[in-house]
Design a protein around this ligand. Sequence first.
Ligand code: USQ
Length: 424
Amino acid sequence: MRILILGGDGFCGWPTSLHLSQRDHDVLIVDNFARRNADVELEASSLTPIAPLGVRRTAWRELTGREIGFERLNVAEGYHELVDLIRDWRPDAVVHFAEQRAAPYSMKSSWHKRYTVDNNVNATHNLLAAIVEAESDAHVVHLGTMGVYGYGPAPGLKIPEGYLGVKIEADDGTDIEQEILFPANPGSVYHMTKTLDQLLFAYYNKNDEIRVTDLHQGIVWGTQTEDTRLDERLINRFDYDGDYGTVLNRFLMQSAIGYPLTVHGSGRQTRAFIHIQDSVRCIQLAVENPPAKGERVRIFNQMTETHRLIDLAELVSRLTGAEIDFVENPRNEAAENDLYVENRQLLDLGLVPVTLEDGLLNEVAEIAHTYAYRCDPEKIPCRSYWRHDLHERVAAGAAVGPSGNGGTPEAGDVLADETYRVSR
Ligand code: USQ
């Protein structure tokens, strides 16, 4: 198949590009280096030394003889270039990762909120409109998030794969049965953009019969896949900073440098997880098993296990001897929740998950310890606050960071929109 990978230089996009290329698909990456530019803005960088995209592609060609193409394009802004690309290159599938993906980044200031909405919603809508205009039959495979369901559904309810069966009582007393999109309940501006994406997909699927698979992915952990491991020039990124680092990878890195594990609030929040190797395999399964023309948007829950954060912290602590630090939660989220998730469809397509129990120690040894010397502990505290009152308390000098390791944020951390209007 000919596969366009929008956002193919990022944490999920790069290993997906390699995995699909390895399976003899013809891969073309589209990227505007927004993720690398965010590192420049945040003065943070991947724990692992990521090579420039040109070096990555050359290394892949030298090792495997396979070519991965590249087009530099901002999908949210370069609509006409995108139409031309789809018309000329004629992809069978488009994998869409070209969105700002960090919840804390999306909540840093009103500039970041507006950037996340503009970028994500326009990127998705431009793609759908471009497929129609280019008269393409490409299957869209989108990286959505488990966060569209929210973390407060009724205890005991198993979250279905996208659609909820409902019964409504009509005026004449009869029952009307329907399947509707599971009610959206986003927990950040970033997560909200993914719920908006769902409506765009539903509309274009109904009106133009665009074939869409929306993958509601949990929190990805791990760094390397069998392909990125082949050569250090192919290594995948590993984010540990307070904006882009996700919880389990942060705990692994923190344990490697002797930094107390930063558990937000009670630690009784339950979240869904998946290893990066399983993530790329799920995308391959979705690409190779497209929905039929006219079929409604297909939704898979792309996760393999659920855990409470405190249980993860205790597991990492048992394996490594790390201390646990309960820090005041910078987010506005439920202190505690249950999470039961249906994920049959990907298992039925043949997914055999990498479990946390099997892979965790390997990850600590292979990545966190090897590259610990590259860590800047200053970048570890989360300095993005969900609510204005917390912003103001921090501005007034209240300690909201980790109790040790100099994590107390400073007044200057509260970024006003003005700052970004001037500096951008
Ligand atoms: N958390 C901690 N300590 C930390 C960092 C985070 O306790 O040092 C907590 C957060 O408060 C939250 C949970 O861990 O309760 C998850 O936070 P996260 O940063 O690992 O994940 P999240 O912000 O939800 O976003 C990530 C990805 C996003 C993806 C999402 C899947 O950045 O792209 O969509 O995971 S999901 O969480 O299932 O919605």
